[in-house]
Design a protein around this ligand. Sequence first.
Ligand SMILES: Cc1cc2nc3c(=O)[nH]c(=O)nc-3n(C[C@H](O)[C@H](O)[C@H](O)COP(=O)(O)OP(=O)(O)OC[C@H]3O[C@@H](n4cnc5c(N)ncnc54)[C@H](O)[C@@H]3O)c2cc1C
Length: 508
Amino acid sequence: MTDTTRINGFFSEMEAELGPDAINRSAETAVRYGENTMPGGSRAVDGVLYPASTAEVQAMVRAANEYGIAIYPNSTGNNIGLGSRSPVLNGQVVMDLGRRMNRILEVNEKMGFAVVEPGVSYQAMYDELVRQGNRLMLDVTSGPPQGGMLGNALDKGAGYGPFFDHFGFACGLEVVLGNGEILRTGDGSLDSETLVNWHTSKYSLGPILDGLFAQSNYGIVTKMGIWLLPRPPAVRSFHFTFPDDGDLAEIVELCRPLKMSNFVPTLFRVSNDLYLCGSEGESPEYAASQGRKTISDEGRKALRERHGLGAWNVSGAFYGPSHEAMEAQINRVRDHFGQSGKATYIPHEDAGSIPPLQVAINAFSGIPSLGELGLLKWRPGGGNLWFLPGTPMDGDIANEFQTLARGIYEDHGMDYMVMNVCGPRFARGLHVMTFNREDADENARADACYRKLSEAVAARGVFVGRAPIDYHEFHMAQTMPAFRNACNAIKTALDPNNVVAPGRYGIG
Ligand SMILES: Cc1cc2nc3c(=O)[nH]c(=O)nc-3n(C[C@H](O)[C@H](O)[C@H](O)COP(=O)(O)OP(=O)(O)OC[C@H]3O[C@@H](n4cnc5c(N)ncnc54)[C@H](O)[C@@H]3O)c2cc1C
């Protein structure tokens, strides 16, 4: 069969079996689903599927096996800076699960979990929890509110509260495997119509298969349990600014013990000046250098002064019965950071009037917000990449990585924007790259900068935790052969005809 015959046969069968609402083959729709913010450009998409149930997903996967069609699943499709909705490779059919499978199937207040279909966004879940009395809190990202819990967890996304590890706090998946079988993970693997512990007990009999579906292409997840936190009566944040780039070493040393003992329940958001000020509009120096140069030190200083921020800015929060009841904890944190002699304290009440700090407060409070999306406008032209390595929570090492990455950004004429999300032992470095995709030179520099950063940190023993689609294959090639062999062997076992998202994370 020619490619066209296969595709036409597949879509005709889907339309006949599932109805016209299940498919869209218009050129305009295909273009929209192929768009992204990558330097590698948009992808060519061969049509879009809109399943309405797990049974329909299964029917589509079976037909894909029959006709040899590659299906790229998305849930809410807001993976901005990492690929948006577009497949890794050209010539795939996008499956938009979120359009028709977007129900909150259960909110279990007593046991503190929800069960969601792929299309449930952070905003939809937040609104529903508020509607039900606001007694439970979800862990949100500070990214797009229309992004969703299921897709974000599958891409190993993260937030900032005690349940920051979104895949870690997911419990019980329903998956349509590439071979068309339906699999339930965890306690759901019991061969029974009645399942009592599916979304409460994470590790049941046998191997823990859940992890196979994070950052992979072995199946399509159609349902997920997600744990929620009882909403605390009060959230009281605290913030410190530090004046110098080199203060990062000391900040990391100060944060570590407070997280190691779990005295501070949230992660620390340790953001540099541009990560925060960058969401407030276009770089004041972009036009003058036409994007060829990184913003000057004077330019950064002026932005800091305008916003009342530092070269580094630390945010965290406590949860408690009232703001007054948390006074002692706030005092202890103030004393602790006060040891440095360089920290300036910004209390919760004042932080609310500084927009980027309000984003942090929202994130700690489980409230989705749009504020950080302003980072996409720092430079014109719509380019956005996230480089996501980490550092051990060791001040000297974190500072060494900072110097290294800052230098590479500067060499490529990019503006260094980073937030270190600090836990007890490890900080994820959310490095943003905003660039003009319409300027060929700037686009090429962004691509070269990403590759150089990746090679430089890998040479120092550090890997990325998540990657933009342009670099899935590149990063997979950085893994040891046994890792690649295992990934490919699992692919062959669960998706023998390679129909689910070939190329995603460099597999298949
Ligand atoms: C300014 C800004 C701030 C951001 N902040 C954060 C942040 O704080 N934390 C964070 O984690 N991210 C952040 N992001 C990145 C990203 O926008 C979010 O992670 C977003 O939630 C991901 O998109 P989504 O939830 O719509 O997932 P989707 O796009 O639906 O899914 C992500 C990927 O998972 C796979 N997938 C999705 N659904 C399925 C399925 N059902 N079965 C199998 N595979 C599937 C697909 O490959 C898909 O591309 C930020 C982005 C920007 C621009």
